[in-house]
Design a protein around this ligand. Structure first.
Ligand SMILES: Cc1cc2nc3c(=O)[nH]c(=O)nc-3n(C[C@H](O)[C@H](O)[C@H](O)COP(=O)(O)OP(=O)(O)OC[C@H]3O[C@@H](n4cnc5c(N)ncnc54)[C@H](O)[C@@H]3O)c2cc1C
Length: 418
């Protein structure tokens, strides 16, 4: 009878989980990839889906499709409900518990409303595919409703408040402003653009605190050029369907509040019995395994990975997640083949964000910076490389090129269900 092969159980089909699975293609192992969705979500482009720049299939990709050539890999759609590191077993909502020889934990992070009143019920977070589609459909619905009944415009039906002066908030505010001024201005010529305000609220004194001052100045100007109103030093205290209250006492009339203000670790990390680092992330060793559990690899947003060069914890970025996933996949394959594990070395792709067409900022760990069209090209190259297949890259390039030259948005229809 053939000896059974080791089982590598990968939790999460994000950048980290998919990167690990793909590097295990030739390993003498049974690889099982489990995610609550049957698709991989490309989070950096969610705001482009919400603002109609890209279609759903450019941002979500079938997980089965991504590993279909791998004979040793199976995919299951199920939600992880518990992980028992001691018993080496994982439980799910809709299938029998599964044991493992190696565990890859890539369940990412989730939105954090910091207990803000009404936010969980009424805010529009930007973390999943359903979030982005819900926001896009809501914006289209508000403009359609206002076109039929102008009285709701005065009540703030077209105003949008975006919370968070980091990349998610800035990118969303810039993209929505371009959607409003470029596309909706033509689609709804009777509706007053001055009553369609895009307001970006940040609690700290400045936007993009992680970037150098000259990149922050560039960003403020690029947002102003796109008519985004920026309010810094303001905290949102409560949200209702039509009003946003700030701690300073101000009240904003807005039927839409986008939440791009914070992340927290996946709640399962708190149940593992491991010591947690800042942001509820799990500390890992140089090979990305948990020091006291060498068969458990924690990756991407769920992990606190210390960069071997800077000795700083790496940021929660797609490139960190993908590279850590690929490294863990290679390491597990090496260990199964009886070879030594190697330490993880992060290749810095830079921290970057787009503000709109032709406007972006890039900052490398070594300190080099770029702005404008050059930065946008660099942003495009890094994000195209992160997309999981050539087909996805081609789709994104066609949609981006189309919107650049025609200023049109491919995804501005509401389908819903009847
Ligand atoms: C709006 C937004 C914009 C961003 N922009 C950029 C950017 O421009 N550039 C960049 O580099 N990074 C960006 N990031 C960060 C980047 O997307 C993340 O760092 C990266 O996705 C982390 O990858 P991951 O694999 O660790 O986790 P994720 O990509 O979050 O994947 C986790 C997976 O686990 C699954 N999952 C979670 N809980 C369960 C459960 N209980 N059971 C089963 N499955 C579960 C989820 O469905 C998901 O597929 C952005 C993030 C957001 C939210």
């Amino acid at each position: 009878m053939a000896a059974t092969r080791p089982r590598v159980l990968i939790l999460g089909g994000g950048f980290a989980g998919v990167g690990a699975a793909q590097k295990l293609e030739h390993a003498d192992a049974d690889v099982v990839l489990v995610d609550r969705h049957d698709y991989h979500t490309f989070q950096p482009l969610l705001y482009q889906l919400a603002s109609g720049l890209l279609e759903t299939t450019a941002v979500g990709h079938s997980l089965r499709d991504l590993v279909e050539r791998q004979e040793n890999t199976t995919v299951h759609q199920a939600t992880v409900t518990a992980v028992d590191l001691h018993a080496r077993e994982v439980s799910f909502d809709s299938m029998a518990p599964m044991s493992y020889d190696y565990l890859v934990f890539g369940l990412g992070a989730q939105v954090n409303f910091f207990g803000t009143e009404g936010a969980a019920e009424h805010a529009f977070p930007m973390y999943t595919l359903p979030h982005a589609i819900r926001l896009r459909d809501h914006l289209l619905e508000r403009w359609e409703a206002a076109d039929k009944d102008r009285s709701i415009v005065e009540d703030g039906a077209l105003n949008i408040v975006v919370v968070g002066g980091g990349p998610t908030g800035v990118e969303t505010a810039g993209a929505v402003a371009e959607l409003y001024r470029g596309v909706f201005a033509k689609d709804y010529p009777g509706l007053p653009q001055e009553h369609a305000r895009v307001i970006l609220v940040e609690a700290g004194p400045e936007l993009f605190s992680m970037f150098k001052p000259k990149l922050r100045e560039y960003t403020s100007k690029a947002l102003a050029d796109r008519t985004v109103e920026v309010m810094t030093g303001e905290l949102v205290s409560s949200v209702s369907p039509t009003r946003v209250k700030l701690k300073s006492g101000k009240e904003l009339e807005a039927h839409t509040l986008v939440w791009g203000a914070g992340l927290q670790g996946n709640p399962l990390v708190q149940t593992l019995g491991l010591e947690l680092e800042r942001g509820n992330r799990i500390g890992v060793g140089p090979d990305l395994a948990v020091p006291e559990r060498p068969e458990v690899y924690v990756l991407g947003d769920a992990a606190a990975i210390v960069d071997e060069k800077t000795k700083q914890v790496l940021p929660q970025l797609g490139s960190v997640a993908l590279q850590s996933g690929e490294h863990a996949g290679e390491t597990i394959a090496r260990r199964i083949a009886g070879k030594e594990a190697k330490p993880f070395k992060y290749k810095d792709k830079g921290t970057m964000a787009t503000i709109g067409r032709g406007a972006a900022v890039v900052q490398m760990l070594a300190g080099r910076t770029m702005t404008g069209k050059k930065a946008q090209v660099a942003w495009g190259a890094v994000h195209l490389a992160l997309l999981p297949t050539n087909e996805d890259r081609a789709k994104a390039v066609v949609d981006w090129a189309g919107s650049t030259f025609t200023h049109q948005r491919v995804g501005r229809i509401t389908v819903g269900t009847e």
